[in-house]
Design a protein around this ligand. Structure first.
Ligand code: NAP
Length: 246
């Protein structure tokens, strides 16, 4: 059974690792090719966009794919929608692997917003020294906020315009709560802006913000196509793949 595994996440690498030790699973992992030095999954890997829904559909046919796993990041909404459309056109089974989002705990001061534009509109009302941890895409939404100061953290340099008053910190997590608390204090941060990525790799900043009593602007995930089959963890998807192979 030949599977396309749309990746770029820890869960996708885990799934590729598990499947690599099993007979009868032929997995091709796919990465967008955005990160300069990506963490590669084991097994066959292809890199780069497919060329929209049509390109993906052609690729699935040309490569004899039987089943599709969308294990991309919860904010990678375009490729998830493209995968849903291409799989539906071809009648291929598709599952979306989506780790659960974060939930506020006692002491959290979160403002939930639907998207980046809403976060940029909201942040100035909440603070002046912003810790912006939204990855390298979408920073341009904050470029016009000339009054605020930003600590921008990403793995690779952000694309597009940047707010004029900023410090750029290139770093790859996971980070400890102690590291995050020190960063918040050193830079006199008074608000955190983050995407609701979920998971335990990047949640230390939330604990640090809670401990410091800082507000958080939490950007909601894009929604998945209606009727999508969604699973929360690697074990569930692996069970589903194994039963599909029987
Ligand atoms: P996106 O906005 O949903 O996708 C934009 C385009 O990039 C897609 O239309 C597709 O190009 C290509 N693409 C995206 N993921 C791909 C994949 N796994 N394999 C091949 N092509 C892919 O995605 P994004 O938010 O830019 O994310 C890109 C990648 O980074 C994903 O693999 C995602 O898992 C990973 N990632 C994203 C975030 C985030 O915050 N967005 C965080 C961590 C990791 P074509 O239309 O040409 O096929």
């Amino acid at each position: 059974m030949k599977t396309l595994l749309l990746g770029g996440t820890r869960e996708a690498r885990e799934l590729a690792h598990i499947a690599s030790g099993e007979q009868g699973f032929d997995i091709v992992s796919s990465l967008a090719g955005r990160v300069r030095d990506p963490l590669l999954p084991v097994g066959e890997v292809r890199v780069g966009g497919f060329g929209g829904v049509e390109g993906l559909r052609d690729w699935l046919v040309a490569n004899g794919i039987d089943i599709v796993v969308d294990a991309t990041h919860p904010f990678a909404g375009t490729i998830s929608a493209n995968a849903a459309a291409a799989a539906a056109d071809l009648g291929l089974p598709l599952v979306h692997l989506r780790r659960p989002g974060w939930s506020p705990q006692d002491g959290d001061k979160w403002t939930r917003v639907p998207d980046l534009a809403a976060a940029a509109k909201t942040v100035g009302a909440v603070g002046e020294r912003v810790f912006l941890t939204i990855g390298r895409q979408g920073v341009g939404a904050f470029a016009g906020l000339t009054e605020l100061w930003f600590l921008i953290r990403a793995i690779d340099p952000p694309e597009g315009g940047l707010p004029p008053r900023h410090e750029l910190l290139l770093a790859r997590g996971p980070f400890t709560v102690e590291d995050e608390s020190r960063l918040l204090a050193d830079r006199h941060i008074d608000v955190l802006v983050t995407k609701d990525s979920g998971g335990d790799q990047t949640d230390a900043k939330l604990a640090a913000a809670r401990a410091a009593g800082l507000p958080v602007v939490m950007i909601d995930r894009p929604s998945l196509p209606e009727g999508a089959l969604v699973m929360e963890n690697v074990a569930q998807v692996w069970d589903w793949l194994r039963s599909a192979a029987e």
